[in-house]
Design a protein around this ligand. Sequence first.
Ligand code: Z5A
Length: 220
Amino acid sequence: MTAKGLFISFEGGEGAGKTTQIKRLKEWLENQGHDVVLTREPGGTPEAEKIRDLLVKRDGGNWDGLTELLLFFAARRHHVETLIKPAIAEGKIVICDRFADSTEAYQCYGHGVSKDVFTQIKTIVLGEFAPDTTFLLDVPVDIGLKRSKRVNDSIEVLSDAEIEDRFERLDTTFHENLRAGFLEIAAQNDNRFMVIDALKPLDDITAEIQQTIEGKLTHV
Ligand code: Z5A
């Protein structure tokens, strides 16, 4: 448990419903008078958002898995040191859309970077720092990609420099490896993970998340 505030992360493949549930959780917590900071990775600070562009935009760059991993951790270090840790120290509840588990899932299970390299770099950048609670929204790959495509199709026409789909465009095997990876990471860290069946109706998922967080609010 962090010293004062609470650090909650959301994980999952494309179209799992993170953004939707995060907005609902923020509103619910604020209605109870909590001070909530909503943030995301890659990004969260102006400097890290610049690195985000290199990583997620269609023409952001042609990176191999290890280079990607290093860029994610470079952005993360700035994000953690300048935004997340100070907010937690002030007693705030930080909700982060993706964190280091995404790097292990996407860059190791998806792109084949060794877990040993991931662990070494994670230890250098984060030490023991980790979320208090992580929600994994688990959805079959075909359904997640369909949901994600619906969102992309509904966005007005963007240029290649603007559209954030470098990862959605990877093949089904990549996304299947990713899903299996997330489930394995969750099983290995069951002290902080809660796996949610993201095929359930939105309101049921929201209720499950609120119930879990309710039990952790006593110290905030
Ligand atoms: N990445 C990485 O490789 N390594 C790292 O370390 C990190 C990230 C940190 C950032 O994407 C990309 O960076 C990401 C991994 C990589 N890959 N991609 N792409 P992102 O997090 O910014 O975006 P995303 O993961 O693609 O988010 P998304 O597709 O927008 O998914 P979402 O936020 O989980 O879903 P949503 O927008 O809430 O919902 C999608 C649609 O489904 C929407 O119309 C909802 O109304 C609908 N929905 C949601 N829940 C339900 C339920 N329960 N039933 C029915 N419909 C639903």
